[in-house]
Design a protein around this ligand. Structure first.
Ligand code: ADP
Ligand code: MG
Length: 703
């Protein structure tokens, strides 16, 4: 391993130094790997007489006037004369030092977009500097930065880093064919090429992702990621976990719990459910902690698979914990699991943040004594006070919705039990293949790729807000047939800027409209559920809707995951254009859970704009065209790119900076092949490579 970043010096850091730290640019290598965002052409001066409107140009001239206009918006107005024409430079914010640099008589170079017009030529907020010295001969790199970190300072720091960084080759020379483009250039060559462009290098070369310099960097980055994932996986494989295996028991003892559960279920498992259950069982029977993600579309039946895993764990005499990201979700699991397991004699404890002290104490005691074999709850399950007797399996629903800190806390908690328990994570947002091979390479993945039989596909319609009344009329029809309806509104933010019809208003409107329509009294109850309600109230509303007493549930996205009411057959999503694609798909999955035909109406509003934006249109189109969660995830990735896709999943993790999973699959494959060889045959080089690229971020990557 290379040296960890030097401890903060005792002298206070300057503003720019602090900014460098904030950007994670601590070590010389971090600076060297901080690559230009783009390049500016400062090699040429354009005469004002020859500029075109909208052109990005560098001009040079003498300041002939410089004044601060105080009325209206305060601004600094500077006139520059280059002998052919004058140009007005406008600054809306400026420091006294800048004002001084722009004093009358100064000769400066300004760079920005030219605006023509009746008032003459103008530049808004151009970058400028004193016109001294010769023009640069090569393109000037521009680095991603923040306000407190001036380009010139950052550029010096980066070039300093480039000089000092250890750029020794880490990719073993014998590991890839010599004619490999990705390795045609060394790391040092690639970095010099991009940080210090030579005069004869054109912009297209610098920005060409297929250029050997970029190929080398992308490959290095992907390799670092593969190495760290594989290393994490191998580290985990060295840990010990309890072996959870069901032994054949003599008939006098009776059937093991999981067999009893299977026999008691009101349905047969699908082939996919059986397959993933077997995958999980195989993992549990090994003395190595399971680290498995169970993915399956909404409604594919993950809960029963989790229950079977829990039963196997309890059969082996150990405790199992199940955690969900919200109290409503956790409670749903709790009800479902006790419905299945309590008749079979399993004692289940319930833990959340909102419960009464007395109740909580009782639960904690049962968990500590081992009387409660199954523990269900929110992240309260991993809090300090909770002491398990013999936890052996932790199941986490919608794992990506827990924060990084919570996931790290979970790890610590699990490890504190002495033996590392098995971990089963569940998600309804399938991970596209390329991501599964990269970010989640240290996870084993089980996929339920089949819905239980008897489901009718959901018909999805995109409807303009202008036809709201028709949609409301449709609700009455559903209610008259004894069906139930979800109406989802975007989150209440009380922001006047975002013209969102909030859930409260919609609730009032629907109540009135449906009352007028004279639908039967039993179906009339219209409930409201939003994120700001106290938990007890939320629960009461959910209970009414689940029981069927409530016909319509108006809600913000709190129903996003996990709610299971098979009688609900219509979902209306208001302002559908504001939701992400995966989120829309999750929401839609709340209907179509029974045998009756279900529909999803995506109400959109264009507001002031004449038409929907491009990406919003693509999202809604995708929703109409497919009901397949994998296809949705693939398109979501396409529309948003992996950065955003992952953003929702794991904030804090280092994203790929240079490689693009969609287009760099060849490099990704190479990196995947090389990683195990490198860990086996060149462990020091591998460690060096990981440290170089991931440095202090390694901790996050484990979460
Ligand atoms: P999700 O994967 O979205 O968590 P659930 O576990 O909530 O899905 O299951 C959705 C519904 O399907 C539940 O009502 C569940 O009881 C039911 N279900 C699960 N498996 C089957 C099956 N094999 N046959 C019929 N119904 C099933
Ligand atoms: Mg679920």
């Amino acid at each position: 391993m290379t040296q960890p970043p030097a401890p903060a010096p005792s002298t206070p850091l300057s503003g720019p130094q602090k900014a460098l730290h904030k950007l994670g640019l601590l070590r010389p290598i971090d600076l060297a790997l901080h690559l230009p965002l783009r390049y500016e052409d400062e090699t040429r001066i354009v005469k004002l007489r020859n500029v075109r409107d909208g052109e990005l140009a560098q001009i040079e001239g003498v300041v002939t006037s410089c004044e601060v206009r105080a009325h209206g918006h305060r601004q600094l107005l500077v006139t520059l004369d280059d002998g052919s024409e004058t140009c007005l430079l406008r600054f809306f914010s400026f420091y006294p030092s800048q004002q001084k640099a722009l004093a009358v008589g100064q000769r400066i170079r300004a760079r920005g977009e030219i605006k023509g017009g009746f008032g003459g030529l103008q530049m808004m907020h151009p970058s400028f500097k004193a016109a001294t010295g010769a023009l640069p001969t090569a393109l000037t790199p521009v680095y991603p930065t923040v306000a407190a970190l001036p380009q010139a300072y950052l550029r010096r720091a980066v070039l300093g880093g480039l000089e000092r960084a250890d750029l020794a080759e880490t990719v073993p020379s014998d590991s890839l064919p010599a004619n490999n483009l990705a390795l045609a250039w060394s790391l040092r060559q690639a970095l010099s090429f991009l940080h210090l462009p030579r005069p004869d290098v054109a912009l297209v070369a610098l920005q060409d992702p297929a250029h050997p310099a970029w190929q080398r960097l992308k490959f290095e980055e992907l390799l670092a990621q593969q190495l760290s994932q594989l290393q994490a996986k191998r580290e985990r494989a060295r840990l010990r976990a309890p072996v959870l295996r069901v032994l054949r028991q003599p008939p006098s003892v009776g059937l093991p719990l999981h067999e009893q559960l299977l026999a008691a279920l009101p349905f047969q498992l699908t082939a996919a459910q059986r397959r993933v259950s077997e995958e999980i069982m195989r993992d549990l029977a090994r003395p190595v902690p399971m680290h498995r993600l169970l993915q399956g579309d909404v409604g594919s039946g993950k809960t029963v698979v989790a229950a079977l895993a829990a039963a196997i764990c309890m059969d082996a005499g150990h405790q199992c914990a199940l955690m969900a990201p919200t109290e409503i979700l956790a409670e749903q699991h709790f009800r479902k699991l006790i419905g299945w397991l309590e008749p079979l004699g399993v004692k289940t404890a319930w833990l959340t943040g909102s419960q009464k002290t007395k109740e909580r104490r009782a639960a904690l005691a049962q968990i500590a004594s081992g009387e409660a074999k199954l523990v269900v709850g929110t992240h309260a399950v991993i809090q300090d006070k909770v002491v398990f007797k013999n936890l052996a399996l932790a199941i986490i629903d919608e794992q990506h919705r827990f924060g990084v800190a919570q996931r790290l806390a979970l790890r610590d908690k699990l490890i504190a039990t002495g033996q590392e328990p098995h971990l089963l994570m569940m998600t309804a947002t399938p991970i596209p293949r390329t991501l599964a091979m990269s970010y989640y390479a240290d996870l084993d993945v089980s996929t339920i790729d089949e819905l239980p039989p008897g489901r009718t596909p959901i018909v999805t319609k995109v409807v303009s807000e202008a036809r709201r009344d028709e949609v409301i009329a449709r609700i009455s029809v559903q209610l008259a047939q004894g069906r139930q309806v979800y109406w989802v509104c975007p989150l209440i933010e009380e922001s006047e800027v975002l013209d969102l019809r909030n859930a409260t208003e919609t609730h009032a409107q629907l109540s009135q409209a449906l009352q007028g329509a004279g639908v039967g009294a039993a179906a009339l109850q219209i409930g409201l559920l939003h994120s700001r309600m106290p938990v007890a109230e939320k629960k009461a509303v959910m209970a009414l809707f689940t029981s069927g007493a409530m016909g319509v549930l108006v809600s913000t996205t709190v129903i996003e995951v996990g709610v299971d009411v098979p009688n609900a057959s219509l979902m209306v999503i208001e302002h559908a254009e504001r939701f992400g694609l995966s989120q829309l798909h999750q929401l839609r999955g709340r209907v179509g859970r029974g045998a009756s035909a279900s529909a999803c109406v995506l109400l959109y509003s264009t507001g002031e704009a004449p038409r929907l934006g491009e990406t919003a249109r693509e999202r809604l189109k995708a929703m109409v065209e497919t009901g397949d969660g994998f296809e949705i995830a693939r398109r979501d990735l396409e529309i948003r790119g992996p950065g955003e896709f992952l953003g929702a999943r794991q904030s804090g993790a280092a994203l790929l900076r240079f490689a693009d999973l969609a287009s760099d699959t060849v490099l990704l494959d190479r990196a995947r092949q090389l990683a195990p060889l490198m860990l086996d045959q060149h462990p020091e080089l591998a460690a060096q490579h990981i440290a170089r690229w991931l440095g202090s971020k390694a901790q996050y990557l484990k979460a």
